[in-house]
Design a protein around this ligand. Structure first.
Ligand SMILES: C[S@@+](CC[C@H](N)C(=O)[O-])C[C@H]1O[C@@H](n2cnc3c(N)ncnc32)[C@H](O)[C@@H]1O
Length: 466
């Protein structure tokens, strides 16, 4: 009896460590495990990678794209992965799921060739999960690689005609309740909401503000930077432009600020006012972007700004943003719902209230999957309390701006309408205060949109205290 010769075992090969994928994986784990924010955890990981000599600029850009892209489309990738594993996703270990999502994004959301996407992800799995689970990852990724994104979407999304919101949610990677809320706020048809959802998936440009009296937009127009679309103080940096490399930014004469935020501050500052215009209040100032612009505008008119913020560490950021302001200002740590100021003592008041941030989804890739519809109710009393006290802080005839970076009607018009039931105030048409900016809505409040204005979806209602 002859025994069959045994096949020689494959020699063991150490897995290759790929710093880009390792850093991307670490960031995904931190977001998943510790509820961290990608825009906060990734920069130090990239810095450490650079200091170790593991990463150059292109590697850092790739790691960023992998993390942001994977997180942004997480819900869609989950549907696709679920179709490729033989158990419910909740039974797949979270670290394994993170590796699979990273692989799915490389296969379906980047130009990385399929063989490289699979092999680099399997090597990563060998390093962080071990050889056994790497084999599972390999098998699942091969199934995913059998089709492209469009093919998968056809398989995992219901037809638009059967369920428009679910279809759009899967195709454009938004939870269904957010599709529904955004569509309600935007109005219009399928094309309109699809343009918005797609804009949420684009990385926003970096926009600078030249703080008036301290810097000029012209001074910031270096290299490939171009003027802003709407704000006279805005400059848009070219892709990869580094704000920290600009002297005026380092000196605090300019800052990074979305053009929508600039427009909110400008509209409040431009609102017509009879009588004195000497005392301005920002009642929710942290981290200080709008306060710094308001402070500079106030200084140009001889007015003083009081910037209030409840969180001490954020109040320190406000103080930093206002440092060097050319006119009088004060920063206080204070609760805007229990004001430390006398009623009726301000000519202009801004409250840019805490909100769900549904208007800034393009900045926080994980936010859309973390937010819950119940969060709206959580913010509601605070939003009403802050607007009520803002109105009480304004003198008769004074102007109050109520702003959110959410277009959700529960955080915008519903708050304004409710507060006006018990506070005496009339709405001012904010649209003529931003001449040249189209599509601001039916008024009198304004709503900006990423797909129409290239800004965050900021909302602003202007009210006059009567
Ligand atoms: C949307 S952010 C404001 C952003 C700011 N206007 C800017 O442009 O940089 C809302 C801020 O309100 C603060 N806040 C929350 N509750 C507050 C309260 N009761 N009184 C004052 N500030 C509060 C938060 O800490 C947060 O910094």
């Amino acid at each position: 009896m002859s025994s069959r010769p045994r096949r020689p075992a494959k020699p063991y090969r150490r897995p290759k460590k790929d710093p880009v994928r390792l850093i991307a994986y670490e960031a995904l784990r931190a977001v998943d495990e510790r509820d961290a924010y990608a825009n906060l955890v990734l920069p130090p990981l990239l810095r450490e990678g650079r200091e170790r000599g593991d990463l150059d600029g292109r590697d850092a850009a790739l790691a960023t794209e992998l993390v942001y892209g994977t997180l942004r489309r997480q819900g869609t990738y989950d549907e696709i992965i679920a179709a490729c594993v033989d158990r419910p996703l909740r039974e797949v270990d979270p670290p394994v799921l993170d590796v699979l999502s990273l692989g799915a994004h490389q296969l379906l959301g980047t130009r990385i060739p399929a063989h490289a996407a699979v092999s680099t992800t399997v090597e990563l799995a060998r390093v962080v999960l071990g050889d056994g689970r790497a084999r599972f990852v390999n098998a699942v990724l091969r199934r995913i690689a059998a089709d492209d994104l469009d093919g998968w979407l056809e398989k995992v999304a219901p037809p638009y005609e059967d369920d428009p919101e679910e279809h759009l949610g899967i195709v454009h990677a938004h939870p269904r309740w957010i599709v529904s809320a955004l569509w309600d706020a935007l109005g219009g048809g399928r094309e309109d909401v699809e343009a918005l959802l797609e804009a949420d998936n684009d990385r926003p440009e970096v926009t600078l503000v030249a703080r008036p009296g301290r810097a000029t937009a012209g001074e910031l127009l270096t290299g490939e930077a171009v003027p802003g679309r709407w704000s006279p103080y805005a400059v848009r940096l070219a892709e990869g432009g580094e704000p920290g490399a600009i002297e005026a930014v380092r000196e605090g004469r300019a800052g990074v600020q979305d053009e929508g935020s600039q427009l909110v501050a400008l509209a409040l500052a431009n609102a017509p006012l009879e009588g004195p215009d000497e005392r301005w209040l920002d009642g929710c100032a942290g981290p200080g972007g709008k306060a710094a612009l308001l402070g500079a505008l106030a200084a140009g008119r001889g007015a003083a700004l009081l910037a209030a913020e409840k969180q001490p560490h954020r109040a320190r950021l406000v103080a930093r943003a206002l440092r060097g302001n050319p006119g009088p200002y004060q920063v206080v740590t204070a609760d805007g719902t229990r004001p430390a100021w006398r009623p009726g003592s301000f000519d202009r008041v801004l409250v840019d209230v805490p909100c769900t941030g549904l208007g800034a989804l393009r900045r926080r890739p994980e936010a859309r999957w973390r937010r819950r519809p119940e969060d709206l109710a959580g913010f509601a009393p605070l939003q009403r309390g802050l607007l009520t006290e803002a109105l009480r802080a304004a003198r008769p005839g004074g102007v109050v701006g109520y702003a959110t970076c959410s277009p959700h009607p529960a955080e915008t018009r519903a708050v304004v309408d409710d507060v006006r039931r018990h506070e005496s105030a009339e709405l001012i048409d904010a649209r003529p205060l931003l001449p040249g900016v189209p599509s601001l809505g039916e008024g009198p409040d304004i709503q900006l949109w990423p797909h129409l204005h290239g800004t965050d979806a900021m909302y602003l209602a202007l009210l006059r205290r009567t």
